[in-house]
Structure formats: C-alpha cells, structure tokens
Design a protein around this ligand. Structure first.
Ligand SMILES: [Zn+2]
Length: 118
C-alpha cells in the first residue's frame, strides 16, 4: 500500500473524471463509450452514452462515463458554434493581412518601375 511514492516530476497523465463537453468518445478509463437506450421509468427510450467497461460489468453508481445523448448533442452544437465563430474571425483576419501584404508588394513593384522609367 505504501509503495506509491510521491510523484516528483510535473508530468502526469490527466484523466478527467468530470463532465466531458460534447459527445464523449472515450471514458477516462480508456474504454470506448457506447450509446444505449434507457429503460428506466423516468426516462424511457431516452438514449445515453455509457462507458463500455461499466456496461460489460453492469456497474452502477460508478464514476465511469454516463451522459444523455440529447444533452451531449446540445453541448456539441454549442462547442461547434464557438469554434466556427473563432475560425471565421481567424480567416477574416488572415485574408485582410494577405491583401495588405499583396498591396504592399504591388506598390513596391510600381515604385521600382516608376524609378526605372525616370
Ligand atoms: Zn470507464
């Protein structure tokens, strides 16, 4: 039991056991996440994501991945919306920079040509 020594190095594999944003692909335990149908009276036919390991061992009240599909999809859409608007900003900023660069290059060429003619 006391064999576990304190980790001196700063690098540690972080396995998040909390909520995952969007659709979970893998549980923190490394097992794949599967989608299943709820058979409970409270949520009949509601689909949910579950850690395959927990399903196989019929675990309950554990901390393996468990998330409603509809909630996960709403999360996913929100995350995607954020990503898209961030990308749009990046693309717009880039294209403006590109145009400025090309304009500067053209001006240089023109200047050179004008000087050559004088
Ligand atoms: Zn798991």
């Amino acid at each position: 039991m006391s064999n576990e020594s304190g980790n001196s190095s700063g690098t540690s594999v972080s396995r998040v056991r909390g909520r995952v944003v969007g659709v979970p692909k893998r549980c923190w335990c490394g097992e794949l996440v599967v989608s299943l149908m709820s058979k409970s009276a409270a949520n009949p036919y509601r689909r949910y994501y579950r850690c395959a390991f927990a399903v196989e061992r019929k675990l309950s009240n554990d901390n393996h991945t468990y998330k409603w599909v509809d909630e996960a999809l709403v999360d996913e859409i929100e995350a995607l919306t954020c990503r898209i608007s961030r990308l749009e900003h990046t693309i717009l900023a880039e294209s403006v920079e590109e145009k400025k660069k090309k304009l500067a290059e053209l001006e240089m060429k023109l200047e050179v040509e004008v000087f050559a003619r004088v």
